[in-house]
Design a protein around this ligand. Structure first.
Ligand SMILES: [Zn+2]
Length: 623
């Protein structure tokens, strides 16, 4: 149960191991968001939280305030729980009575209750637990006791275990005794029913079904391959759990939108980590007895030599997850505690697709500056930032905006990340002698209006790009500098004459990516006015991450870009000629309206889309 095998492999007897069970509170009162749930060790790992001692409330599980069936009517419970005022509820109850329909349904229809609130009310009325599936950590070991098909049929999902070994069953209708009996028979356990919102239950069922299918997909595809003799590896039946485990690791990583999977052997168990939205976080623990099999299995899939464990190897394989083909690059590493592996997920369906400048998320004045610069017939527009800051997304958005069929657009990239219809795209091939500067030189002979150079890395490329910008071409490119003004100095350092830089460059965008708060679970961050003022956030109401099922417990979902857009104005051109210090340029540019990266970040904190912590993280990486 403790290893990742739990989600798909736990047999009822595994799940019964008492020390491994999720603990369910019998305690009265509200589960606080701070009380991190224990949906099995898997969920624990994901959150890095301490395992709560027995008897502590689980996140998302709300025991009834008054245990035992109550004689109160639904309407009364709604008022008692403070979900609506008496008058509103009485109106609803009267309407329901007149129509001869259930009160709860009418209250939801009238917008007085949400689905989840209705479930809460039903639970309270019958003295049962209410389980909020949007934040509750589902124990896959419990789910697998009956399987997704049966769960669908019963509109009930076993989501965890109680301290005394009963199955916690999330039900749309927790009073359905027949379902409780059936599931009790199927699992051979006592059932503790809990009310759940119909909507959340259906969402969960869909997710579980999809995960099931995607794993079947992979297995089927592989069976075919094996039949075709492409995968000429004899596998004993005892390998099946390992295969399923590896598949479920990959499927979960893809579903969480991870870019990399790290398999790190440690002294005891092996740790699996996912990189999601640029941040590496523990995803699961694989028990020692399975760990070697996991790495071997990955090596088999990537067609590597499984007997060689002392030398790093690299390879690749492809899987179908959720009906999408996912290419995976594998690197194995001989580490002190055993062989590890890093898998990079090349999920084409997941690449950020931005085709309109507006969707970049620039503030209006920044967008206007950038838009003006890329619509000039000549000059250079540069995007700067470290690797992984979303520079190419910005350039692609510009190309889409310019690609109206009336301009000849050529690109030279390393590699071509996104194909654009109507744009002539070239990939560098250093072995064949096609480097950025060579490609760029030949492109200039092909009558371009717009040239995009993936990156300016050396003097030659810088020189040709600047010359092209000065001779009637619009040049788009990227540089690695910490902020916008530094790009000018960088070009001069590369050996370009200041007077060329000053006349060629029109606009520079510096950018960073930060994680976006999960909309489903973010909550107001209580910070003193003094701290807010110190952060430059006086009067703001920032939000902080919490973690729920929709964001895999991280509190964040997706990323957004912060920008610093600098127009190269006449005063700045003079400063370039004087080889002035960056600070002097910053002073002029900010006076002319340039917003620094950090300020843009703080604005996005004010808007509640990201957190103070993310801006701090980004700022510390500025250096
Ligand atoms: Zn969330």
């Amino acid at each position: 149960m403790g290893d990742l095998a739990a989600p798909t492999l736990a047999s009822p007897s595994d799940a019964a191991a008492p020390e491994e069970q999720a603990r369910v509170s019998e305690q009265e009162g509200e589960a606080t968001p701070e009380a991190v749930g224990a949906g099995g060790e898997y969920a624990q790992e994901r959150r890095q939280g301490p395992r709560p001692p027995a008897g502590q409330p689980l996140k998302g599980l709300h025991p009834a305030r008054h245990p035992g069936r109550s004689t109160r009517m639904i309407g009364e419970v709604v008022v008692d729980l403070g979900l609506a005022d008496r008058e509103t509820v009485e109106d609803g109850v009267a309407a329901a009575r007149a129509q001869g329909r259930p009160t709860g349904v009418v209250l939801v229809e009238r917008g007085i209750l949400r689905h989840d609130q209705l479930a809460r009310v039903v639970a309270e009325r019958f003295g049962l637990d209410f389980v909020d599936l949007s934040v509750f950590d589902i124990d896959m070991g419990a789910v697998n006791l009956i399987g997704v098909q049966a769960a669908k049929r019963y509109q009930a999902v076993p989501v965890g275990f109680t301290d005394d070994g009963a199955v916690l069953l999330a039900m749309a209708n927790p009073t359905n005794v027949l379902t409780i009996d059936d599931v009790g028979m199927m699992t051979g356990r006592r059932i503790r029913p809990a009310a759940a919102s119909v909507e959340d239950l259906n969402l969960l069922l869909t997710r579980l079904a999809r995960m099931d299918e995607s794993i079947e997909d992979i297995v089927e595809e592989e069976d075919e391959e094996r039949r075709a003799g492409e995968l000429a590896v004899e596998e004993a039946d005892s390998d099946a759990p390992v295969i399923k485990l590896v598949h479920s690791i990959v499927a979960q990583a893809v579903q969480q939108g991870a870019s990399d999977i790290h398999v790190n052997p440690e002294e005891g168990d092996t740790r699996v980590l996912f990189r999601v939205d640029g941040v590496l976080a523990p995803a699961a623990t694989v028990k020692r007895r399975m760990a070697m099999g996991v790495v071997s299995r990955i090596k088999i899939m990537a067609d590597l030599d499984i007997s060689e464990r002392r030398v790093p190897q690299d390879g690749r394989f492809a899987l179908t997850v959720d009906g999408r083909r996912v290419d995976i690059r594998v690197v194995t590493l001989p580490l002190v505690n055993g062989e590890g592996a890093v898998m990079r997920i090349m999920d084409k369906g997941a690449t950020l697709k931005v085709d309109a400048l507006e969707s970049l998320g620039m503030q209006n004045d920044d967008l206007a500056r950038f838009d003006r610069a890329i619509h000039r017939p000549n000059g250079a527009v540069l995007v700067t930032g470290p690797t992984g800051s979303g520079k190419s997304t910005t350039l692609y958005a510009a190309l889409h905006a310019l690609n109206d069929g009336e301009r000849s657009i050529l690109t030279i990239e390393d590699p071509v990340e996104q194909r654009i219809c109507g744009v002539k795209q070239m990939q560098i091939a250093p072995k064949a002698g096609v480097t950025f500067d060579v490609g760029l030189r030949s492109m200039l002979r092909a009558d371009p209006d717009v040239i995009m150079v993936g990156e300016i890395r050396d003097r030659e490329t810088a020189h040709i790009a600047v010359e092209a910008a000065l001779t009637g071409h619009l040049v788009l490119s990227t540089l690695h500098t910490r902020d916008a003004p530094s790009a000018l100095g960088r070009l001069i350092d590369m050996g370009i004459e200041p007077f060329l830089v000053s006349s060629a460059v029109d606009c520079i965008v510096a950018q960073r990516l930060v994680r976006a708060l999960c909309k489903h679970c973010k909550r107001p961050h209580r910070v003193s006015e003094q701290v807010l003022a110190e952060h430059g956030l006086a009067g703001a109401q920032p939000y902080e991450p919490v973690g729920c099922s929709r964001c895999a417990g991280s509190g964040y979902r997706g990323r957004l870009a912060l920008y610093e857009v600098m127009s190269v104005s006449e005063p700045i051109r003079s400063l370039i000629l004087e080889r002035a210090a960056v600070d002097d340029m910053v002073a002029i540019a900010t006076r002319e309206g340039m917003r620094r990266l950090r300020e843009d970040g703080l604005q996005k904190v004010r808007e509640g889309v990201t957190s103070i912590a993310e801006i701090e993280r980004m700022t510390s990486s500025l250096l």
